[in-house]
Ligand binder design. Structure first.
Ligand SMILES: O=P(O)(O)OC[C@H]1O[C@H](OP(=O)(O)OP(=O)(O)O)[C@H](O)[C@@H]1O
Length: 307
């Protein structure tokens, strides 16, 4: 069974890391944007060349609005050309946070986008999707297509290599799942804050009842967007006597002035996984994704020959 990993130029490095780890050939999709913002895409196929049995499309869904159109076009063309098996590797999955209509008529984007993906791809692999009122990704992406992976163990290894005897702090109740997973493997001390969100850029945080005086604290979260969550938590921790505060996130969205806000709050180092391409990337999720692909029978990562 032949398989090919397809990627776009702006994610070449991360896609090539995955291809190398998974033992897959890879090729770039050519992309041109017309003056009116329409896209012209070209799959890397020579005239008369047959499609691979399995196509793996690598596209992380930060800046999702245009990327969702790319998925629509690539998947549509691949199926038109007779693709039998089409997998999406989207290390960051967008639109997962709007999981309920807060007002009549409000679009429940999570469900709409989830169905859009499930109708086009046989499997959708992602890391730490932000789920709030639903428990499993399968409730958003139906038809058995959802594969949800945890970046916490990789971030925990990174933290262990950077900070001696860290105190892991999760900024809200939802972070407890990855804080516990990260702490478990290394015996880190940990605690979880409580958070109330008042708006896109406004959160109130209360620290857990823990001694933070003199501790090297690492904040660990799934995503940093406006940066306000990490910034507010860091301010409180430093005010409570923490010796240092670093931050690690799976998804480095860092919208607009987020990094400046985080640094101004006193955060020393900011690390992220390469789920979203960003200068803070410090750990690759390629081994995690390659392992999941191997479980789906794609690539050689499961055969002990990742190179
Ligand atoms: O950088 P920021 O803009 O602060 O956003 C990042 C935060 O947002 C998310 O939680 P959220 O507050 O959405 O939790 P919820 O799903 O419980 O509303 C996420 O888990 C982070 O904690």
């Amino acid at each position: 069974m032949s398989a090919l990993l397809l990627y776009f130029a702006d994610e070449r490095a991360a896609a090539e890391r995955l291809a190398a780890t998974a033992g897959l050939p890879c090729a770039e999709i050519e992309r041109h944007r017309f003056p009116d913002d329409e896209l012209r895409l070209r799959l890397p196929l020579a005239a008369g060349e047959a499609l691979a049995d399995t196509l793996v499309l690598y596209r992380s869904l930060d800046r999702p609005n245009e990327k969702l159109v790319e998925l629509l076009l690539v998947a549509g063309e691949a199926r038109r050309l007779g693709a039998r098996r089409l997998l999406l590797v989207a290390p960051y999955l967008a639109y997962m946070r709007q999981d309920i209509a807060f007002h009549p008529g409000e679009v429940v984007s999570q469900q709409v986008v989830g169905r859009f993906l499930a109708e086009r791809f046989d499997a959708v692999l992602t890391v730490d999707p932000h789920l709030h009122r639903i428990e499993t990704l399968a409730e958003a992406i139906p038809h058995g297509a959802a594969v949800s992976l945890s970046g916490a163990p990789l971030l925990a290894e990174l933290i262990a290599s950077k900070v001696a005897n860290p105190l892991l702090i999760g900024p809200d109740a939802e972070s407890r799942q990855w804080i516990e997973a990260a702490a478990a493997g290394h015996g880190f001390d940990f605690g979880v804050c409580s958070k109330v969100r008042h708006g896109d850029r406004q959160v109130d945080i209360a620290l857990p009842a823990l001694a933070v005086q003199g501790r090297a604290v690492v904040l660990l979260d799934d995503v940093a967007s406006s940066g306000r969550t990490l910034a507010r938590a860091a301010e409180l921790l430093l005010a409570a006597g923490a010796a240092s505060v670093d931050a690690a996130v799976t998804h480095a969205l860092f919208a607009a002035d987020a990094l400046e806000i985080i640094r101004a709050a006193g955060v020393r180092e900011v690390w992220s996984s390469d789920c979203i391409v960003h200068p803070s990337n410090a750990v690759s999720v390629a081994p995690l994704l390659a392992g999941a692909l191997a479980q789906l029978g794609v690539g050689t990562a499961g055969e002990g020959n990742p190179d």
